[in-house]
Design a protein. Structure first.
Length: 290
């Protein structure tokens, strides 16, 4: 009888022991791979905000679906981003948006009809011998307005770059009327393109140069408004100012030192402003997966 009790007790202990929870052994370095799944809203947001910022409009239904599908198929990799951006930038809306943006910033409400009307006024005086003494200056002003009038189509056709378009928007009768005097001309050009005021030496150099005196700006000598514009739009400061503007427009921040030097050098060497814009729009930070 005692042997029976002992046997039953042994079986009970064995059963309880066999039901004890086994501790899981952790193997160092054996971690699950990161989840690389990208939410659908990331694709959609990227497409929408790119169209709005670059073209000033939302994508059409077809543009939207095509872009999202192509990006999804390729997992939103860098190559698919640039392919998408190339499509967006190839739209004629892109260049016309650039024209409108700079027209408003530099010339305010001045439009093509204002340019045509002012050229007609200059023509009137150029056909009246009473004003013969003024003809050289009047002809110069008319020629500058004629260049301004044609600059938009030249830019759209690829004949000139955005940098040249900007220069033409500064070098005309209307910009001079808005920013009267050489001092205001220099101050305004610095504020619009370099995002800062000129130093005293830069101001004096620019004013002297525009006034026809031999002067130095950014270590370059010149003696006319044309010299000023050529030096200004070829300076490192101009290219850096353009980079700052792109980062502020698309990432809402200033570039760091590496981003600045890389992008500014690329713009200076290629004179391709669109490529600088695309580089920023293709970053993880802009896409929203950083």
């Amino acid at each position: 009888m005692n042997y029976l009790k002992i046997g039953v007790l042994f079986l009970a202990v064995f059963f309880i022991s066999s039901c004890t929870k086994t501790e899981l052994e952790t193997i160092p370095g054996n971690q699950a791979p990161p989840d690389t799944t990208i939410e659908l809203n990331v694709y959609e947001d990227y497409v929408n905000k790119t169209y709005i910022l670059v073209l000033g409009r939302e994508p059409s239904v077809t543009e939207f679906q095509t872009a999202v599908n192509n990006l999804k198929v390729n997992g939103l990799d860098v190559g698919s981003r640039y392919a998408f951006l190339n499509t967006v930038f190839s739209s004629s809306d892109y260049k016309w948006r650039q024209i409108e943006k700079w027209r408003i910033q530099l010339l305010g409400s001045t439009d093509s009809s204002d340019v045509i009307n002012q050229m007609a006024i200059f023509d009137f005086f150029l056909n009246d011998s009473t004003y013969i003494a003024l003809w050289p200056g009047l002809q110069l002003e008319k020629d500058r307005l004629d260049t301004l009038y044609n600059a938009s189509n030249w830019y759209v056709s690829g004949t000139i770059t955005i940098r040249q378009l900007q220069a033409h928007m500064l070098n005309n009768y209307f910009y001079d009327q808005i920013n009267m005097g050489a001092d205001n001309f220099v101050l305004s050009s610095f504020q619009h393109f370099l995002d800062r005021n000129p130093t005293l030496s830069e101001l004096y150099g620019g004013v002297g140069m525009i006034g026809g005196s031999n002067a130095v700006l950014f270590l370059q000598a010149g003696a006319s408004k044309e010299d000023y514009l050529n030096i200004f739009f070829s300076s490192d400061d101009y290219f850096e100012g353009a980079v700052i503007r792109v980062f502020n427009d698309y990432l809402l921040r200033a570039p760091n030192s590496i981003e600045m030097s890389t992008a500014a050098l690329k713009y200076k060497n290629t004179l391709n402003f669109e490529s600088v814009q695309k580089d920023v729009l293709a970053t993880d930070e802009f896409v929203g997966i950083k």
